[in-house]
Write a protein of this length. Structure first.
Length: 66
């Protein structure tokens, strides 16, 4: 098993500030809820295109999520 990614705690904070659940964000971005969870805890890292979709839905720059 490879080394885990850094947890995306800023993503979680921004998502909560926006008032979105993992499920709501996942549906808006077009991924599974488990995928958002995996990003937030560091099991997976999103592709650039997915990060752009997430930042658009949350209303922030990609850099603010990293």
């Amino acid at each position: 098993m490879g080394k885990p990614y850094e947890p995306m705690l800023r993503l979680k904070i921004k998502r909560i500030e926006k008032g979105l659940t993992q499920q709501e964000l996942a549906e808006a971005v077009g991924v599974a809820k488990n995928t958002i969870c995996a990003y937030e805890i560091g099991f997976r890292h999103p592709k650039k295109s997915t990060l752009e979709k997430i930042s658009h839905v949350i209303g922030c720059r990609v850099e603010e999520l990293m």
